[in-house]
Write a protein that binds this ligand. Structure first.
Ligand SMILES: Cc1cc2nc3c(=O)[nH]c(=O)nc-3n(C[C@H](O)[C@H](O)[C@H](O)COP(=O)(O)OP(=O)(O)OC[C@H]3O[C@@H](n4cnc5c(N)ncnc54)[C@H](O)[C@@H]3O)c2cc1C
Length: 319
C-alpha cells in the first residue's frame, strides 16, 4: 500500500490525517500515519486562553490515539529528527519518561508521500534575554506555566499586606493576533480571579497590561480600520499600547526598547513573530527560507522533491 506520513498533528496536520484516513485509510487505499511529539492535540489559537486561565486545557485536548482509531489512520509518537531522501525514510527520536528512561527507542519510518506540518516557534530575533526572561505561547505546557506564574502573583498580592498596593505589570511584546488576544483575555481573567474571593486585589488599579509593538499600528496584517477599532477597544479596557517600540533587550523585571525606554515587567510574554524549528534547517537538503521554513510551490510540494509536501507555519509559499 502507498504510505502517506504526516509529521505534526497541529491545525493543519491533524485535519489532513483525519480527512485522508476517512477517504483512503478506511478503504485501505493507502496507509496514513500521523507522527507528533505529543500524545494530545491542543488547537494553538486557544493557547492565549490557557495562558490567561480561561480555558482548561484538559477539557479541550484531543487524544491522537483515539482520533486515529476513529478516523482510520495510525498514530506514531515521537519528534522528527532527520530525513533520508534516498531511502525515503524519516527518523523519529526516542521517547523518554520524566526520569529520563527510554520508553520508545529511536526509529525510522518509510514513506511514499511525506507531509511536514510541524508548525512554528516564537522567534526571538536574536534579542538578548528572551529565552531567559520571557514566556512564549508555543505549547500548552508553556501557556500553563505562564498561567501558574500569573495566578501566584495575584495570590501573593492578595495575601501579603506589604504587596497589596504593588502593581502587577505584564508586558506583551508583539501586537499581532496573539499579543492582542492575550491582552484582552488577561484583562478579563484578572477581574474574574479578583471576583472569586480575592477581596484585597483591585485589578483596575493594580493590574497593568502593556502591549509593545514595533510597527506603527497593532494588527499590521489587517486593514487599518480594524487595527484602529482594536486599539480603541483595548485602551478602553486600560491596556497601554506603545507602537513604534522595538524591543532590544528583555531583562529580569524589565523590557528595554531601541528608543531608550524601559518598561517594568513582572511577567513578559514574547509574541513578536515566528520561525520554524531548527530541525528543518537543511533537512534532507530541501530548500528552506531564512526562518527555517520549507519553501513550497503553490501545490505545497517542496521545490526540490515533488513527493515531499509542507504546509502551515513551517512552510513558505512565495505568492
Ligand atoms: C495564542 C495564539 C493565537 C493564535 N490565533 C490565531 C488566529 O486567531 N487565527 C489564525 O489564523 N492563527 C492564529 N494563530 C496561529 C495559528 O495557531 C498557527 O498559524 C497554526 O496553528 C499553524 O498550524 P500548523 O499546523 O502549521 O502548526 P501547529 O498547529 O503549531 O502544529 C504543529 C504540530 O507539530 C508538532 N511538532 C512540532 N515539532 C515537531 C517535531 N519535531 N516532530 C513531530 N511533531 C512536531 C506539534 O506538537 C504540533 O502538534 C495563533 C497562535 C497563537 C500561539
Amino acid at each position: 500500500m502507498h504510505q502517506i506520513i504526516i509529521v505534526g498533528g497541529g491545525a493543519g496536520g491533524l485535519e489532513l490525517a483525519t480527512q485522508l484516513g476517512d477517504r483512503l485509510g478506511r478503504r485501505r487505499r493507502a496507509g496514513v500515519t500521523l507522527v507528533d511529539r505529543n500524545r494530545t492535540h491542543v488547537w494553538k489559537p486557544l493557547l492565549h486562553e490557557v495562558a490567561a486561565g480561561s480555558m482548561d486545557v484538559h477539557q479541550h485536548q484531543l487524544d491522537y490515539l483515539a482520533q486515529a482509531r476513529w478516523h482510520h489512520f495510525t498514530f506514531s509518537l515521537g519528534a522528527l529528527e532527520g530525513l533520508d531522501r534516498m531511502r525515503r525514510e524519516i527518523t523519529i527520536g526516542a521517547i523518554r519518561d520524566d526520569r529520563g528512561e527510554q520508553v520508545i527507542p529511536p526509529r525510522t519510518l518509510r514513506y511514499d508521500t511525506l507531509v511536514i506540518a510541524i508548525g512554528s516557534l516564537a522567534n526571538p530575533f536574536g534579542v538578548p534575554g528572551v529565552a531567559e526572561h520571557a514566556f512564549a505561547l508555543d505549547s500548552a505546557e508553556e501557556a500553563d506555566h505562564f498561567n501558574r506564574r500569573l495566578v501566584n502573583a495575584v495570590l501573593r498580592a492578595n495575601y501579603h499586606a506589604e504587596e497589596r498596593n504593588r502593581e502587577l505589570r505584564v508586558v506583551i511584546v508583539g501586537g499581532g493576533a496573539t499579543g492582542v488576544e492575550l491582552a484582552a483575555e488577561l484583562h478579563n481573567t484578572t477581574r474574574v480571579l479578583a471576583a472569586y474571593g480575592l477581596e484585597n486585589i483591585d485589578p483596575e488599579r493594580q493590574v497593568k497590561l502593556t502591549l509593545l509593538n514595533a510597527d506603527a499600528r497593532i494588527l499590521p496584517g489587517l486593514p487599518e480600520r480594524i487595527s484602529r477599532a482594536t486599539t480603541e477597544a483595548l485602551e478602553a479596557l486600560g491596556v497601554q499600547i506603545h507602537c513604534n517600540e522595538q524591543v532590544v533587550e528583555v531583562a529580569a523585571g524589565e523590557v528595554r526598547t531601541r528608543a531608550g525606554k524601559t518598561f517594568a515587567a513582572d511577567l513578559t510574554v514574547w509574541a513578536a513573530g515566528i520561525k520554524a524549528a531548527d530541525v528543518l534547517r537543511e533537512i534532507g537538503g530541501l530548500e528552506t527560507s531564512r526562518l527555517n521554513q520549507l519553501v513550497v510551490l503553490p501545490t505545497l510540494q517542496t521545490t526540490l522533491v515533488p513527493d515531499i509536501f509542507a504546509l502551515g507555519d513551517c512552510a513558505a509559499c512565495p505568492w
